[in-house]
Design a protein around this ligand. Structure first.
Ligand code: SAM
Length: 285
């Protein structure tokens, strides 16, 4: 692509608190030729607040495919553009995927201008493990589809992160309670960076009770952070050591057998040792 082509900037905007706009976002929004926005009214408020006047083009989930071609043609002709969504980082449960994908396929320069995202804000303050997590976005609307998705996630070890709206938060939490269990550790982050920012815990059962007890807690926007499956999964994994362990226990002491099996299967030595004790116990019965 020629160096005269414009750049597509993917610009994050605040998720509630206007103070969270970055200086670079303001600079880029002021410099580009035009801005693709999800909802012109929402973005006009932000641009007015920032004192920026720019042509806006609407790009939402229903017109993205057909609009993308036109926008890319303008970039090829040398114009630079910014993509913003109503709040947070574009493409994170928001439009923009088709545009970015096609821009990259055409060899155009796509550059992120990072900033707020409800996902990262919730994770960073949740107190749940953040070393590995699985972002699920919105669960399906239909109850049967939602329940089967949750059933698939039941054994997931990584921390799970969901987006939810006030319309469905009770239904979603009710399904989670019955499928993931009321004791599953979780944090409900509500109205992040806004006046009524709230974090509720400590497990799915208590969060659902708190929402039933107080209608105010059912208002606003939510990120639900749920701890991954722990003990059962570990137990199932350790059980996979049994056949090999049983064979080796015929030949050598439990300590050596569990060390070898743990190394071979990539399991925790201590867990395999406990399985070994169980096998020996059964043999002694
Ligand atoms: N692109 C956005 C981002 O980066 O976070 C997310 C857009 S998605 C259409 C909107 C959902 O994000 C809301 O339904 C809610 O689940 C979550 N969300 C957005 N702002 C939030 C806030 N201030 N507090 C809690 N959740 C929020």
């Amino acid at each position: 692509m020629s160096t005269q082509s414009g750049i597509l900037y993917v610009v994050a905007t605040p998720i509630g608190n206007l103070g969270d706009i970055t200086r670079r976002a303001v600079q880029i929004l002021s410099e580009v030729d035009f801005i693709a926005v999800e909802d012109t009214r929402r973005s006009r408020q932000l641009l007015n607040h920032l004192g920026i006047k720019k042509p806006m083009i609407s790009l939402h989930e229903h017109n993205e495919q057909q609009q993308a071609g036109k926008l890319l043609a303008r970039m090829v002709a040398g114009e630079s553009m910014a993509l913003v969504s109503d709040a947070g980082t574009p493409l994170i449960s928001d439009p923009g995927y088709h545009l970015v994908r096609q821009a990259r396929e055409q060899g155009l320069v796509v550059s992120p201008v990072p900033g707020a995202s409800a996902l990262m804000a919730a994770m960073s303050a949740s107190g749940l493990p953040t070393d590995h997590f699985r972002f699920e976005g919105f669960l399906p609307n239909r109850q049967s589809a939602r329940q089967s998705r949750l059933t698939e996630l039941q054994q997931e070890r990584m921390t799970l992160v969901f987006y939810e709206s006030s319309h469905r938060i009770i239904e979603t939490l009710t399904d989670m309670n019955s499928i993931l269990g009321k004791d599953r550790e979780a944090v409900l982050a509500r109205e992040l960076t806004k006046m009524y920012e709230t974090f509720l815990g400590v497990n799915l059962g208590e969060i659902l009770d708190a929402l039933h007890a107080d209608a105010n807690q059912r208002k606003g926007e939510f990120v639900l952070v749920v701890r991954g499956q722990e003990k059962d999964h570990d137990r199932h994994e350790a059980e996979s050591a049994d056949p090999l362990l049983a064979l080796l226990l015929d030949e050598m002491p439990i300590k050596n057998a569990s060390r070898i099996v743990a190394k071979y299967l990539g399991l925790k030595k201590n867990d395999v040792y406990k399985r070994g004790l169980l096998i020996q116990g059964k043999r002694g019965e």
